[in-house]
Design a protein around this ligand. Structure first.
Ligand SMILES: Nc1ncnc2c1ncn2[C@@H]1O[C@H](COP(=O)(O)OP(=O)(O)OP(=O)(O)O)[C@@H](O)[C@H]1O
Length: 325
């Protein structure tokens, strides 16, 4: 079943075209991440789905029902925002019970539902705590529990891990993935963090200036960016000049060390796990991450590298300056 379907969505604020012709769908049980730099329109898409913004054109279907003209409360979606928006004066249980109660569930039923989802997110021992007495990670889980308690088939998450420190983010990334799989809802997630997108999503849609410029299976998009801009945004380091208006993307796995011609090492930087070097290859500078063992085998100021050209991707250069890399 399709949890969400967006077709031809447009949204402007005055002269700013925040969302341009966005179409995408999320299947039940699937996580789709909108990934893109700040200001590219990710949150606006999410807000149009939630009913917090009204699109200028296009349609929003949730579980096969056209909700484009419906107010947020009639859409039956679960929302988790960056700041969690919890009620500080209520307990954990009170926060999670609130939604079902507002939709008319009697207290006992609402509380039973709330306890069930709190157990799912591992907070059953903290139900009577005030949310102000919780850590950031625990508050994040309350926000998730509250969204899950709606029983909605579609969850919308806007940068859900952005307020947490790196270690907690790491932990919650794997927890969230497991949780999404367990509840079976469709999830539309917004982030500008590439690692988060890769860790949490089945599919990603990369947005640039209001448009979706590439979408597909998460690993596929990361492994095969369609353009130079997408590659650079996803953290590809080796973008070498190609033909006119083209760029050659060299995956590090296409580079064999200790074979082929020797090239000068122009930069070296120690990292936690080894050494990052830049090699002046005749096709352009290559940045390579060497393990401690590979670094030990480095012969003075030169490194033998052989590029497997069959694995190099030739893509259009759509970066704003159009300059040769
Ligand atoms: N209510 C608003 N009024 C005017 N302009 C807005 C409004 N909301 C968003 N915009 C503009 O629309 C564009 C897209 O904003 P949006 O918040 O959707 O981007 P985003 O990709 O979610 O960014 P971020 O990652 O920084 O949250 C931006 O140029 C933004 O300034």
């Amino acid at each position: 079943m399709t949890a969400l379907s967006l077709s031809g969505l447009h949204k402007s604020f005055g002269t700013v075209q925040a969302v341009k012709d966005v179409s995408l769908s999320v299947a039940a049980g699937e996580t789709l991440t909108l990934l893109g730099p700040s200001g590219c329109g990710k949150s606006t898409v999410l807000r149009c789905v939630a009913g917090l913004e009204r699109p200028d054109a296009g349609g929003v279907e949730v579980a096969g029902r056209d909700v484009t003209a419906l107010p947020p409360e009639a859409r039956h979606v679960g929302l988790v925002f960056q700041d969690y928006a919890l009620f500080p004066h209520l307990s954990v249980l009170g926060n999670v019970t609130y939604g079902p109660r507002m939709r008319g569930a009697v207290r006992a039923v609402a509380e039973a539902q709330a306890r069930e989802v709190l157990a799912l997110v591992g907070l059953e021992a903290l139900t009577s705590r005030r949310v102000t007495q919780l850590s950031g990670g625990q508050q994040q889980r309350v926000a998730l529990a509250r969204a899950l308690a709606t029983g909605a088939g579609l969850l919308l998450l806007d940068e859900p891990l952005s307020n947490l420190d790196e270690q907690l983010r790491e932990e919650l990334r794997s927890e969230l993935r497991a949780l999404f799989a367990r509840v079976g809802a469709g999830v539309l997630l917004v982030t500008h963090d590439q690692r988060e997108a890769l860790a949490l999503s089945d599919r990603v849609a990369v947005m640039r200036s209001g448009r979706v410029v590439q979408q597909g299976a998460a690993q596929q998009v990361f492994d095969r960016p369609a353009t130079a801009w997408v590659a650079a945004f996803l953290g590809w380091e080796n973008l070498l000049p190609g033909g006119p208006g083209r760029v050659r993307l060299v995956p590090e796995t296409a580079v064999r060390l200790g074979m082929g011609e020797a090239f000068p090492v122009t930069r070296r930087q120690r990292t936690g796990s080894g050494l990052t070097v830049t090699v002046a290859h005749h096709d352009g500078p290559l940045t390579l991450h060497l393990s401690a063992r590979e670094a030990a085998a480095l012969d003075g100021d030169a490194l033998r590298v052989d590029v497997d050209t069959s694995r190099v991707l030739d893509v259009p250069d759509d970066r704003p300056d159009g300059a040769a890399p």
